[in-house]
Design a protein around this ligand. Structure first.
Ligand SMILES: Cc1cc2nc3c(=O)[nH]c(=O)nc-3n(C[C@H](O)[C@H](O)[C@H](O)COP(=O)(O)OP(=O)(O)OC[C@H]3O[C@@H](n4cnc5c(N)ncnc54)[C@H](O)[C@@H]3O)c2cc1C
Length: 418
């Protein structure tokens, strides 16, 4: 096995998080190498909903989530959620940590860092897309939740109130107003909650443009180069082993999404992340396209109009690490969309897709230096927000590596909290 040239900063993983780190490091004058096991920008980021949601400040682990999950599992044909059945001790420990984190205290701990990272990311997205002229159908039209039942609408309004208290802009629409704002909604939609500071885009186009830009800025990029192990000495990562050779670097960033934990074992790091599989279904534009990025409230299906394409995404399958879409669920996601929206009888399906959300037990990402290695930074665990929180993560990771004061306090995001 030959040793390749030594890098300044070596990033493992070319998803939304790794590419965003590369972009801000290159802008700050660093030299960057990216290694990806597959094609850069094509992992779990490309087929996602493309929602940029600074409004999502409540961590996944919150009071009532376990009860809702159990209730949903009694209705398996419609449930937006499932869980692998396994006796794997690491998985059981993750489940236990998740259940214990479903508390008000966890929500209060999670909101400040998610809010800071979300706001920073949203600002960085707007700036990056404008400065780099990325044509990725980026639209600042907010995210509109549609509801068909009073109970769900009332829950949505309650969440909206909480978010408003933290500075998130929210508009609540009654039946008349929601149909005026979103004419694609079917008549039995009774109300909506609109997070007007959110935006959306075509994530595959964004990642392609970001990856091309990062290459043009001088990054060395190695695709089909899976990292297979590490050598550490004196509290530093000395060698990164891959299937095609060895790499050395002054700084290493681990940004391998849901696959981070298996790699981290070699570094004697226990990173509590489980994959949570989800699906998307992309079709040619229908006659009556939704005007907004949507969430179909009761069904938890996301809708993304992307110029000449329309995408529906949904389902959260904890513990499922396969990236193969299950056709039954693709059909059920389409059925859910038909319960809310005027869409064509016959759809021209362009792509069905599955991706993995790297999910931590407390619903907050892991960003910070490794407790065991002074030259290793962890940037992972963004669950359902890896695209949305990418540019903020990229900026703070670059600040960390450059020895600068970070934009906000990263201590609630450190691995040591587990
Ligand atoms: C259905 C669905 C809808 C979603 N919708 C949204 C949304 O609207 N907004 C949002 O913000 N997020 C959304 N997400 C979540 C988002 O896609 C993830 O959070 C995001 O992809 C995580 O980014 P990442 O860069 O950390 O990891 P990934 O995107 O998984 O990228 C990690 C990269 O690391 C590489 N890698 C893995 N192992 C190795 C190895 N051994 N060696 C080298 N490279 C390796 C992989 O090939 C991959 O390219 C959605 C996810 C799903 C499944």
């Amino acid at each position: 096995m030959t040793t390749k040239s030594k890098s300044d900063v070596l990033i493992i993983g070319g998803g939304p998080v790794g590419l965003s780190c590369a972009y801000y490091l290159l802008k700050s004058g660093r030299k960057v190498t990216i290694l990806d096991a597959n094609e850069i920008g094509k992992g779990s980021g490309s087929g996602n909903a493309g929602h940029v949601v600074p409004s999502h400040i409540i961590p996944l682990a919150a009071p009532g989530v376990v009860a809702s999950a159990l209730k949903w599992m009694l209705d398996p044909a419609h449930s937006p959620f499932s869980m692998k059945v396994s006796l794997d001790p690491k998985y059981l420990m993750w489940l236990l940590q998740f259940v214990l984190a479903c508390s008000e205290a966890n929500v209060q701990r999670g909101i400040p860092p998610l809010n800071s990272l979300g706001q920073l990311s949203a600002k960085n997205f707007a700036q990056m897309i404008a400065e780099e002229k990325f044509d990725c159908h980026y639209q600042e039209k907010g995210l509109l939740f549609l509801y068909k039942t009073e109970a769900a609408f009332s829950g949505g309004k309650h969440e909206g109130d909480l978010m408003q208290k933290h500075g998130i802009p929210v508009s609540v629409y009654d039946k008349t107003k929601v149909h005026e704002v979103e004419p694609a909604a079917l008549d039995d939609v009774i109300g909506g909650v609109h997070f007007t500071g959110d935006s959306h885009m075509n994530p595959a186009l964004f990642l392609k443009m970001l990856s091309d830009r990062v290459r043009a800025m001088g990054a060395e990029m190695y695709e089909n180069t899976p990292v297979t192990g590490f050598e550490s000495a004196q509290g530093k990562v000395r060698v990164v082993r891959t299937a095609v050779g060895e790499f050395e670097a002054d700084h290493v960033i681990l940004a391998a999404g849901a696959l981070t934990p298996s790699m981290a074992r070699d570094l004697k790091l226990n990173i509590p992340i489980q994959p949570a599989r989800g699906y998307s279904l992309t079709m040619s534009a229908t006659k009556q396209m939704p005007r907004h990025a949507l969430i179909l409230g009761e069904r938890r299906v996301a809708v993304s109009p992307m110029d000449d394409l329309l995408r529906f995404t949904g389902r959260l399958e904890v513990g499922n690490g396969s990236m193969t879409p299950d056709p039954r669920w693709i059909q059920r996601i389409e059925n859910s969309a038909r319960e809310y929206l005027r869409i064509d009888e016959k759809l021209d399906i362009k792509e069905t897709w599955a991706g993995l959300r790297p999910t931590t037990p407390d619903g907050v990402p892991i960003i910070g230096r490794s407790p065991n290695h002074s030259n290793l930074v962890l940037a992972t665990g963004h669950a359902m927000l890896g695209l949305s929180l990418g540019p903020g993560t990229g900026q703070v990771v670059a600040e960390l590596i450059n020895g600068k004061k970070t934009e906000f306090d990263l201590s609630p995001l450190r691995l040591e909290r587990f």
